[in-house]
Design a protein around this ligand. Structure first.
Ligand SMILES: [Zn+2]
Length: 445
């Protein structure tokens, strides 16, 4: 090989390409002007208090400087966006979304028709709308936790956003998700009929590792695993969740994902499956409806994140006298207790909603209200969707913070969300990557 490469290297040294490089270069494209965003208050995502009369200097897609307004003259040619009486925050992050779900109405066929009757293109078109809805509501980053039978559709949507063809948040995608035989929908059809499944089903550590490899190979940023499936109440009225993967199966997935420097999110409600999720070394527990004190201690020891998704469990419970209705109410009851215990124990909590489980037309930010109702301060709730969420995503300092060097993702809400966290449902201005997506603003020369 060396004898072939050496003459090639010599040829390249004197190539016409090299000569061309020395000739006068074409004029570089004009640099876009710096942008200065001014606002009455700034919550930067990490500090405990808001900065009054803030000014954020943006160059390209990064934040250059954060200072008090008027402290120094704007850079020459800078464009000033004065947002007035608003609070600016880092672009919000939802760590648990489903752009391929639309809060399916059971009366309209529910989940099953998505997989049985809709062309992939129809589902993708709706996912494009969902992605836009996230950005409109100020969520500039999402971790989208599986496509529910739409294969690798999330990879394509993410690419189309990144390439600028459609508006949407930055996406961390998981592709198909993994469960076991008997561990995911579609279910309840005649055994003679082969129906599609909403996740990739595996049995045994070999298949588990292979599924993780396939998903990582095709663009998964995270791996999502369903560690519990059905849930019901036992004779004593306690919540029971059907476990799915064994510890060995999960360990094979976690080992594979960690080798790729990727992380594993585990859907886990309670009981055996949740315990296996922790013993198998999963990085984030999704939902965590019922956490024992020992499990909370294990999460603290292992540094496991909790993404509680509180709001979705208040949606459409079945009638109270039915078995599923009692089950639905029990879920909320134990979830509230678990969340409070985890919060007080100091478990790392990141904001996630399961939106898609409820319609994308509803406010994603309703989750902040639930977090505060259950004991978070408004600032803790905001940080769960900014700096804390960025930490979960391995993007500390780059996302979820308004500070020099961070990506220029900003949102604004009227008034003071520390006084009324529900104001986060009224995002009036959205900038992603230094580009204004939403908000008619006064631009001063
Ligand atoms: Zn989910």
């Amino acid at each position: 090989m060396r004898t072939i490469l050496l003459p090639l290297a010599i040829a390249l040294l004197f190539s016409p390409l090299d000569m061309a490089r020395e000739s006068p270069a074409a004029a570089p494209p004009p640099t876009p002007p710096d942008i200065i965003v001014r606002a009455r208050a700034l919550i930067d995502g990490t500090h405990g208090e808001a900065l009054r009369n803030a000014e954020i200097v943006i160059r390209g897609n990064r934040i250059l400087e954060v200072r008090t307004a008027g402290a120094s003259a704007p850079p020459p040619g800078a464009q000033v966006i004065d947002l007035g009486d608003v609070t600016v925050l880092p672009g919000l992050i939802d760590c648990h979304t489903h752009i391929f779900l639309q809060g399916e109405d059971p009366a309209a066929g529910g989940y099953d028709v998505q997989l049985l009757k809709y062309p992939a293109s129809y589902r993708a078109a709706r996912a494009v709308v969902a992605a836009r809805r996230a950005l409109e509501q100020g969520f500039t980053t999402i971790r989208d936790l599986e496509t529910e039978g739409a294969g690798y559709g999330d990879v394509g949507i993410k690419q189309a956003i990144n390439d600028g063809y459609i508006p949407g948040p930055r996406m961390f995608v998981v592709t198909r998700a993994i469960s076991t035989t008997g561990g995911y929908n579609l279910e309840g059809y005649a055994p003679e009929i082969e129906v599609p499944k909403g996740a990739q089903l595996i049995d045994g550590p070999v298949e588990a590792r292979k599924a993780a490899r396939q998903q990582l190979d095709h663009g998964a940023d995270w791996i999502k695993v369903y560690m519990t499936h059905r849930s019901w109440l036992d004779e004593q009225g306690a919540l029971v969740s059907q476990p799915t993967l064994t510890v060995e199966e999960l360990k094979a997935i976690v080992d594979e994902a960690h080798g790729w420097r990727r992380k594993v999110a585990c859907h886990a409600y309670s009981g055996i499956g949740l315990q296996r999720a922790l013993d198998g070394g999963c990085d984030s527990i999704e939902h965590g409806l019922e956490l024992t004190d020992a499990q909370i201690a294990q999460m603290l020891k292992q540094g496991t994140w909790l993404v509680p998704t509180l709001a979705v469990y208040y949606y459409d419970p079945d009638p109270p006298e039915t078995a599923s209705g009692k089950r639905d109410r029990k879920r909320v009851e134990v979830h509230v207790v678990s969340f409070r215990k985890a919060l007080h124990a100091g478990v790392k909590i990141a904001f996630g909603t399961d939106v898609g489980g409820f319609p994308w037309t509803d406010p994603i930010a309703q989750e902040f209200v639930r977090e505060v109702e259950l004991g978070m301060t408004p600032m803790q709730a905001i940080q769960s969707a900014t700096s804390r969420a960025a930490e979960l995503l391995g993007k500390r300092g780059e996302l979820g913070v308004v500070a020099p060097g961070a990506l220029a993702d900003l949102v604004a809400v009227p008034g003071d969300p520390l006084a009324d966290v529900a104001l986060l449902q009224k995002v009036s201005f959205v900038m992603k990557d230094g580009v204004v997506f939403k908000g008619q603003t006064r631009v001063m020369p």
